[in-house]
Design a protein. Structure first.
Length: 179
């Protein structure tokens, strides 16, 4: 996260919280981010200094109209006016961090050689919830270098039960052994 993203994202979160709109705005921010991710040229156009700011703001109005919460729409316009639209992902990250903290939610990233089955994901999620005492949002990544086992990252803590790590420990022990 950038300092600007932190400041703007937290400001939007505080406003949304005071108006009891955090769920709605977070959902809409995810939609906007998805649109921006799928259309990088659109973001480039909205950030282009040679296009007058009024025209860029009109493009946002045309694209989203009344489909976004008034506060989020104003937020996007402020980012455009201050030439900070590229900070939107950072703002959203800060918004989500504050939201998760207030709602007792933790993101967990699970890395495995192959995708986990639904039953494995659910069992892991329940185990992590019992360990952390928080609701877990599980995101999966696959990495063939893991070989086997899983690596889980939750709230800055790393739980590494991969074959890769075990082999590394074995290598280190063999290297330390004096013959």
């Amino acid at each position: 996260m950038t300092r600007t993203g932190d400041l703007y994202g937290q400001s939007l979160y505080d406003l949304a919280l005071s108006e009891n709109l955090t769920d709605k705005i977070l959902s809409q921010m995810e939609t906007v981010k998805k649109i921006f991710d799928e259309n990088p040229d659109y973001v480039k156009l909205l950030s282009e200094p040679s296009v007058p700011k009024k025209e860029r703001i009109q493009l946002i109005d045309d694209a989203f109209g009344d489909s976004l919460e008034e506060y989020l729409m104003s937020f996007l316009k402020i980012l455009i006016e201050k030439d900070l639209l590229r900070q939107f992902p950072s703002c959203m990250k800060r918004f989500r961090t504050s939201y998760n903290k207030d709602k007792g939610i933790a993101d967990a990233i699970v890395t495995s050689a192959v995708a986990l089955s639904d039953s494995q994901s659910e069992a892991l999620k329940k185990k992590l919830e019992s360990i952390s005492g928080k609701k877990i949002i599980l995101r999966q990544k696959t990495d063939p270098s893991v070989l086997g086992g899983i690596r889980v990252e939750v709230e800055g803590k790393l739980y590494d039960g991969t074959v890769e790590r075990r082999l590394e420990e074995l290598r280190r022990k063999v290297d330390e052994t004096v013959l």
